[in-house]
Design a protein around this ligand. Structure first.
Ligand code: GLN
Length: 506
């Protein structure tokens, strides 16, 4: 029998629709895989006790002849930043240990309505602050390509779950790269939608002007299918865009079969120097551009002089917003409370926040509070907002000349666990190519572009498009994916060395 965990979500959905496979079988296969490998990977913070019951419910409805959505019966992993009524939601923090939400995040509610089967909650850097998942209060996740290496962050759990075939689909959130950078280092696909394109209602806020929820998958089509389920206007989210969106799955299918690359103008930023990028990352990027060119794309050098200042602006805007968003963890309203006998409410609050937050969270709260304080506000936060506007203008000018912008998705392949944990600046610089999209609100996708020659680890290429042009990214991403799969003779993940030795059956 086919290994059900090895199938793409689209292929699994076909087998479910034709009733060749039941959702219970598909779900059990993934739960077995989790049981076999997650002791090593630690992608999950919680595995659902209800998954098989939910799957059985879908099977019953299908057997009764009910018309179900395209992904009905397909298992789904959920980043722990998204609140769920039937599983704890911790956002990777001790302060929310065991927290049960009274409502589901809109994206989770939509996934349930579409018949997806929640498998569990995935590990992440605390409150989504990090690029390695090492800032999780519950221990790190490991990269399935090499267990000594990071799976990216903050959504390392979702990316690792998908890369290790523990789930065909996952949900992530991306404030500065937390969907795209983990995709880059694990050989998976990650899509950050246009700001406002997917509801954040029930996504525990990190920085509200930057946060977006999106899909983490193994193929571009799968990302489109999941995006179709979770996207669109949500009256519960005041930043949610009102318009109707095209089908992203249809865009991906069109890209994979048509000639989306022909005449496509691909912008490459001239100010982004090769230095700072690992040689194998730059080589893989160039090779992907060559492949696109060979299929009719035009590579255009563009100028985006403020792009590289994104990291500096981001580390003022993000801490400022985070310090405000995290004020609600006050020992009264949510989660942990540390009692201080005879102490005031302020004493209890301080003791709780001291015990409940990790170092990186404290660092950013201090930074944000400082940046927003009277006398410094204009010099720091005000300047950062100006840089943000300049980056947005760079994008506007660039997109007058090109259809998409391409960059490597991150400067290096997966680094070793522990390598950057004591060096926040090095950790922050990891997101140099992903952050600008969040500052400008534009969509970005990362798809595998190959393996770096020097270490054999995955590399991703990122495409950016103007706001609201998410469908373009699915067309272009699927087109390049088809070209590269042809060249490679199959998915990169089939070559991940650790995966063969893990879980016996593979
Ligand atoms: N790595 C970035 C940070 O630490 C991005 C995080 C994110 O996208 N949630 O802030």
């Amino acid at each position: 029998m086919t290994d059900l965990t090895k199938l793409s979500a689209a292929a699994l959905a076909d087998k479910l629709a034709s009733r060749e496979v039941s959702s219970v079988e598909a779900t059990r296969a993934h739960l077995d895989r989790i049981a076999a490998v997650d002791g090593d990977i630690h992608a999950f913070l919680h595995v659902s006790e209800r998954a098989l019951d939910v799957a059985a419910g879908i099977d019953t409805r299908r057997a009764a002849g009910e018309q179900l959505g395209p992904l009905a019966g397909v298992p789904l992993a959920i980043k722990d930043v998204l609140v769920t009524t039937d599983m704890p939601s911790t956002s990777g923090s001790k302060i929310l240990e065991g927290y049960m939400s009274p409502f589901d995040a809109t994206v989770v509610a939509r996934a349930r309505v579409a018949g997806l089967v929640p498998l569990g909650k995935t590990n992440m850097d605390e409150f989504a602050m990090g690029s390695s998942t090492e800032h999780s209060a519950y221990g790190p996740t490991r990269n399935p390509w090499d267990l000594e290496r990071i799976p990216g962050g903050s959504g390392g759990g979702s990316a690792a779950a998908v890369a290790a075939f523990e789930a065909p689909l996952a949900l992530g959130s991306d404030t500065g790269g937390s969907i795209r950078q983990p995709a880059h280092v694990t050989g998976t696909v990650g899509m950050k939608p246009t700001y406002g394109g997917v509801s954040r209602y029930g996504a525990i806020a990190l920085a509200s002007s930057l946060d977006q929820v999106g899909p983490v998958t193994r193929t571009v089509l799968d990302a489109g299918l999941l995006h179709d389920v979770i996207g669109g206007h949500d009256p519960h989210d005041s930043t949610s865009l009102a318009e109707a969106w095209p089908s992203f799955a249809a865009a991906a299918r069109e890209g994979a079969t048509g000639d989306a690359l022909k005449g496509l103008r691909v912008g490459v930023i001239k100010e982004l120097p090769d230095s700072g990028f690992q040689a194998g990352v730059s080589e893989s990027f160039r090779a992907a551009l060559d492949a696109m060119q060979a299929h009719g794309a035009e590579i255009v050098e563009i100028s985006a002089p403020h792009f590289e200042y994104g990291v500096a602006a981001y580390y003022l805007v993000l801490p400022a917003e985070a310090s405000s968003n995290l004020a609600k963890f006050d020992s009264v309203r949510f989660g942990m409370r540390v009692d201080v006998p005879g102490g005031t409410v302020e004493d209890v609050m301080a003791a709780t926040r001291d015990a409940g937050f990790g170092d990186e969270v404290k660092r950013r709260i201090i930074l944000g509070t400082y940046a927003l304080s009277a006398g410094y506000y204009d010099a720091y936060y005000g300047s950062a907002q100006k840089v943000r506007t300049l980056i947005q203008r760079d994008f506007d000018e660039a997109f007058a000349q090109v259809d998409v912008i391409a960059t490597p998705s991150a400067p290096t392949t997966a680094f070793k666990l522990g390598e950057k944990i004591d060096d926040p600046l090095q950790m922050y610089l990891n997101d140099v190519t992903t952050i600008p999209a969040n500052l400008a609100g534009v969509p970005g996708i990362s798809i595998p572009s190959g393996l770096a020659a020097e270490d054999g680890l995955p590399v991703g290429i990122q495409f950016l498009a103007p706001a609201r042009e998410d469908a373009r990214l699915y067309r272009v991403g699927a087109a390049l994916e088809a070209v590269l799969l042809d060249e490679w003779g199959g998915p990169l993940l089939d070559r991940a060395p650790m995966l063969d030795s893990m879980g016996g059956a593979r």
